[in-house]
Design a protein around this ligand. Sequence first.
Ligand code: SDX
Length: 434
Amino acid sequence: MTVTPTRTVTLTDDATGKSWKLPVLPGTVGPDVIDVRKLYTDTGMFTYDPGYTSTGSCESAITYIDGEQGILLHRGYPIEQLADKSNFLEVAYLLQYGELPNEKERDDWVKHITYHTMVHEQLISFYNGFRRDAHPMAIMCGVVGALSAFYHDSIDIHDERQREIACHRLIAKMPTLAAMAFKYDRGQPFVYPQNSLSYAENFLYMCNSVPAEPYKINPILARAMDKIFILHADHEQNASTSTVRLASSSGANPFACIAAGITSLWGPAHGGANEAVLKMLMEIGTKDKIPEIIRRAKDKNDTFRLMGFGHRVYKNYDPRAKVMRETCYEVLSELGIKNDPLLETAMELERIALQDEYFVQKKLYPNVDFYSGIILRAMGFPMSMFTVLFALARTAGWVAHWQEQLREPDSKIGRPRQLYTGAAARDYVSIEKR
Ligand code: SDX
């Protein structure tokens, strides 16, 4: 969509008195942007924004976050309503096409996804190449990128139909690949998908079913799993989504772009935080250790961060964390887990942190990762699988952004510049003279 400037701002170089007028573009909601696309041509200067704290990298209509208010909208729909009323595949459709599907659109979408859940049988040998103790995220980085070696009929990014099939395949196969990584970790045989099951049911079935006995789906846990997928589906231009967009801007195939997103998500500052939160809660152990943890988190000389707290955008409670906390209670009570020590510690940690001046002043609140690990652990997932589940769900958002970028009429390769502070030009010195 071409946005029309509503006004200009003036940039003045105080040293020379030269001024430049820069157009200001308005969004539907949220901050306006200063269009600096011609800044270097006009001024010979770059903008400088490491970490992109004040930079809009693209125009997007998929997700809107109001960090001050703690609001998250997917195509205008609040995350709380989607988590309560929708399901993951419907949200994936919404992210991709911009509208909630009618019955026929929904049935077609579910059918396409369902009939792509199996993976090429030769992919199994990729798993056997990993050590049994390989981190499942290492496996996912490898096997998702390898999909481009098997599905040559859906890698032409200039073919709309091939792009659509690639999206179906990625959304459909991530649960199968993730469940295979889980089974490989446990030394159990892989379980093929069952097309009679829903998306979340199928995932739990592929993870937990064993040949030795029938597996009974728990509808409460399946619903909780689906809700957790919804909460992780998309989140604007976060690090991994921006990685997918940057990889896509070079024309890389969809499977390579999603594999790039998986690698970026793995970091503990991003999608790896759910695993880091549980490790932190286990290290804390009892509540009396909390004051020391809070002290360390506030100590500028200590690299320790309170995992699951803080966010680049949210300066209020992450709306996903609220839903996640409610889901936590539902799952623990369904599983008959009373007074879970980790939940007790997490609740006490949250209570103390939210009263502490440091966290209040820096507007640090629990984020989506603070409670998710407690639920996933209670559901029987090892910590190493937590970020895999995040990647599984975030694939819905990644492919929506991948499609949106490729549909952008003036999309070009992402190629940032820099502030160079290295050596100025100098001549080579032979080793005798060094
Ligand atoms: C996700 O971007 C997304 O949308 C991501 C995500 C998504 O859905 O894609 O929401 C998923 O990644 C959630 C975040 C998960 N990560 C964690 O929980 C790790 C712990 N959090 C921090 O690492 C940190 O809060 C970040 C990385 C999440 C955000 O870092 P920023 O925006 O770069 O903020 P910052 O590091 O500049 O922090 C601002 C200040 C700093 O203090 P000063 O230098 O200003 O004195 O707040 C402090 C930080 O030291 N701070 C923390 C803290 N987070 C920030 N201090 C202690 N504990 C923390 N968790």
